[in-house]
Design a protein around this ligand. Structure first.
Ligand SMILES: [Zn+2]
Length: 147
């Protein structure tokens, strides 16, 4: 799957973030401060940030993940994780740089973080769900050509 396919599958980064929310919070999001489940809303213009109406806590949906302090787009992260998990030999920093246009430093850093996070069970599960995006993409395109 090419990077441009990711851009097609997720028309904007907010769509990729919404996908992330679905896999990271299968039972729904919870306010990390007070445990509220219902009175949560997305902050205007900040798809990564939510606020709780009950306790007024603001939090990042990326909390506790490798994406938390990253300014790299989620589509880029998804692509890197997908390539790393689905490729036979994974992907090198140079390759990631060439395919997506990020700097080598950024590509190297992303791959290093992914490798480290693979060692944690929760992150690995999330990555496996991200690695399935490729399959979903083909299914969806197949349906499109059918109708
Ligand atoms: Zn709260």
């Amino acid at each position: 799957m090419l990077y441009k396919d990711f851009e097609e599958f997720f028309p904007n980064d907010a769509a990729a973030i919404a996908y992330f929310i679905n896999i990271q919070y299968p039972d729904g999001m919870v306010c990390p401060h007070c445990g509220e489940k219902h009175l949560l809303y997305q902050e205007l213009g900040k798809p990564k940030h939510y606020a709780c109406k009950r306790c007024n806590n603001h939090f990042s949906v990326m909390r506790g993940t490798i994406f938390e302090n990253s300014s790299t787009s989620m589509r880029m992260w998804f692509y890197a994780i997908n390539a790393k998990l689905n490729g036979k030999k994974g992907i090198s920093g140079r390759q990631l740089q060439r395919e997506t246009g990020v700097t080598y430093k950024c590509a190297w850093r992303m791959l290093k973080l992914i490798r480290t996070a693979m060692g944690y069970e929760q992150e690995r599960k999330m990555f496996e769900a991200i690695a399935e995006i490729g399959e979903m993409y083909w299914v969806e395109n197949h349906q499109k050509t059918k109708t």
